[in-house]
Structures are given as structure tokens and as C-alpha cells.
Design a protein around this ligand. Structure first.
Ligand code: FAD
Length: 322
């Protein structure tokens, strides 16, 4: 089922999760162990990220973060097929512009269509020094909006080559939004205009970048509505669990950690995980009371903090689900 149908049919806000495929050569069993835990919470859909390159981050002595790049991380499409068949849950593969030609993207969309996968999240990805080389004999999508257009073209039977009677695909397309603006955008209003372009070009719903300050999210939603964006806007949340997140998350994801949270963690670093979970419970409670259509948890390799948050919600996780 399409993600937007899940939202329109839901009587309560939906809880969804986002995972990352294992590193090249890694075991898929770990991912299934993680999914086994998450399935008890009855998610309507699970996102699986896509990566132009595997990265790891090194914190240098001057406090800056250096990103080291290796080869593409495989497995997104295979994992999505496994999620659908093993758990009967709708997978949402991420597709990215960076590192992929339009031709490769078209091939991926054909695979997804044959697998019966109805959803994709269209993302630009991040360019990085010594990033994967773009292929010489192909074209690339520059911005996420270009990828949205490519997917919507296929939904209308327009492929890259002129094909007579080409099969129309039927993808529901999610796009990314940034409550604290995307780091390259000159200001939030500009970024929201670019977001509106993605929605006007066929984006069906928005999932936001993680944030720790609900005011930023609610302000962002108000501005999106003023700009004429009417689709569901789903808050994306990560639970802070370590003191080093105070430095790493703002630097890498360009977000603000409220002073109250950072002061609390710095005063008691060994309790960072519990403080982060408590913060997450308060954040979710306020977001749910504020009428969000759902909450999307970035769990990546470890679902426990997010599940602790859901268990700690005053309304209980039974009240939140499909
Ligand atoms: P875009 O929408 O293309 O925007 C990027 C920047 O360009 C913005 O500053 C925007 O304002 C600007 N812009 C857009 N159009 C134009 C234009 N026509 N002219 C001038 N400026 C323009 N990364 C991954 O590698 N893999 C993933 O699976 C992944 N999943 C993600 C999921 C979510 C929910 C989010 C929020 C992010 C995810 N990312 C992922 C990170 C993402 O790739 C980066 O944040 C990237 O820098 C921007 O992606 P975007 O799709 O928002 O880009």
C-alpha cells in the first residue's frame, strides 16, 4: 500500500522506522534481528536508506568532522524485498541522485516495480570529496526535484528512451524537508520554496530531518502551509544516546540541540542515554498532541532507544499504530 494511503486511512498517528543496510560484506541476520524487535510495534512501513558511498566519520583534534568515503553500500532493494516478503510490511526504499545515473535509477525503479514495491523516498544524497565518480556515459539528476520528476514521468509511462506502450509505474513518492533549513540553502524561506517545487513536481508526503526542538518543527509546518504545501509532513526523530552526539549531530546534520538538553547531558554524561530517551518521550508527546500524522524514527542499527521512547509515551504504543 502507498504511504499516503496508510496516513489517510489511519485513525491514530503512525509510527514508522528507518534502517540502513549492513556494510558491504556484513550479515543481514543482524538487520532481521533488529526488525524482529521493531515488528512488535506494528509499523505500517519501514524505510531503507541508500548510499552512494559508505562513509565513516573521524573527529579531528580541532573539532571538525572528516568524512571518509568508500564504495557504494549495496542491499537497499534486496532488503526491501525481504521486508515485504518476510514481514508483510511495506518497504520504502530511498533512491538518491548522488552517485547514480538516471539510467541506473530507471533500472532500479523497474526492479522495484516488478517486486510490487509501491513507495520510494526521493533524495539528493550528499556529494563528498573523493565521492563515487559519476559515470561518463550517463546523465545524472542534480537535485531531488529532478529525481521526483523522473519517477513521476515513469508513473505516466515516460521512460528515458522513447518506448511505445511503456508500462506506467505507480509509485508514491516521499521527499525530505528540513525544519532548521538545509545547510546549503541561504534561508528557510528559500528552502521551503525548493521543497514546494518537489511537492508540486509530484512529492506525495514529506519526512523531516531529525530535530530536537519541537518549536522549529511547528514553525516549519506553519511556513510550509503558508507556502501552499498541503501534503502530510512527518517529523523524523533520532534519540540522543551519547554525549558525543552533542557535537556530532549538529556538525553533520546541521541542527540545533537545545541548551536545556545539552546542559543536562554535560552535567551527567554517563546518563546521556536515559536523558535522551526522556527528551524523546517529551518531544513525541508534544508532537502527537500537536496533531502530527505520525513519527518516523531514525533507528539505523539500534532500535532500543526509539522503542524505549514509544513504551514511555503516556498514550502507550497501542494507541499509536495502524
Ligand atoms: P534537495 O531537495 O535536492 O535540496 C538540496 C539543497 O539544494 C537544498 O539546500 C535546497 O534548498 C537546494 N535546492 C533544491 N533545488 C534547487 C534548485 N533548483 N536550485 C538551487 N538550489 C536548489 N542521504 C543519503 O545519502 N541516503 C539516504 O537514504 C538519505 N535519506 C534521507 C532521508 C531523509 C528523511 C532526510 C531528511 C535526509 C536523507 N538523506 C539521505 C540526506 C540527504 O541526502 C541530504 O540531506 C542532502 O544534502 C539533501 O537531500 P535533499 O533530497 O533534501 O536535496
Amino acid at each position: 500500500m502507498k504511504v499516503v494511503e496508510h496516513y489517510s486511512r489511519a485513525e491514530e498517528p503512525l509510527i514508522s522506522f528507518e534502517i540502513i543496510p549492513p556494510k558491504r560484506g556484513g550479515s543481514v541476520k543482524k538487520v532481521f534481528d533488529l526488525l524482529d524487535q521493531v515488528m512488535k510495534y506494528d509499523p505500517p512501513f519501514i524505510d531503507v536508506t541508500y548510499h552512494a558511498a559508505e562513509s565513516h566519520y573521524e573527529e579531528l583534534s580541532d573539532g571538525t568532522i572528516k568524512r571518509h568515503i568508500k564504495r557504494k553500500r549495496p542491499g537497499t532493494i534486496g532488503l526491501c524485498a525481504a521486508i515485504m516478503h518476510k514481514y508483510g510490511v511495506d518497504p520504502v526504499p530511498h533512491l538518491i541522485c548522488e552517485g547514480f545515473t538516471k539510467e541506473e535509477t530507471e533500472d532500479a525503479l523497474i526492479e522495484l516495480n516488478y517486486l510490487g514495491i509501491d513507495n520510494v523516498l526521493a533524495i539528493r544524497g550528499d556529494a563528498a570529496e573523493n565521492s563515487v565518480q559519476r559515470l561518463k556515459n550517463g546523465t545524472t539528476n542534480k537535485y531531488a526535484v529532478d529525481l521526483v520528476k523522473q519517477i513521476k514521468d515513469m508513473n505516466e509511462g515516460r521512460y528515458l528512451d522513447d518506448i511505445t506502450n511503456a508500462q506506467e509505474t505507480n509509485f508514491c513518492v516521499g521527499v525530505a524537508g528540513y525544519p532548521e533549513k538545509h545547510f546549503e540553502a541561504p534561508n528557510l524561506d528559500f528552502d521551503i520554496q525548493m521543497l514546494k517545487n518537489k511537492v508540486d513536481s509530484g512529492g506525495d508526503y514529506i519526512v523531516t530531518q531529525m530535530f530536537f526542538d519541537n518549536e522549529a518543527f511547528f514553525r516549519f509546518v506553519d511556513k510550509c502551509r503558508e507556502a501552499g504545501i498541503e501534503c502530510p509532513i512527518v517529523p523524523g526523530l533520532k534519540i540522543l544516546t551519547r554525549e558525543r552526539h552533542l557535537n556530532f549531530l549538529p556538525k553533520y546534520f546541521h541542527l540545533n540541540i537545545p541548551e536545556e538538553l545539552s546542559d543536562e547531558v554535560q552535567a551527567n554524561p554517563t546518563e546521556a542515554r536515559n536523558i535522551g530517551i526522556e527528551w524523546g518521550i517529551q518531544q513525541c508527546t508534544e508532537l502527537l498532541e500537536g496533531g502530527v500524522p505520525g513519527i518516523h524514527f531514525y533507528i539505523m542499527g539500534d532500535p532500543t532507544p526509539a522503542l524505549n521512547v514509544i513504551d514511555g509515551l503516556p498514550m502507550g504504543h497501542k494507541a499509536v499504530g495502524k
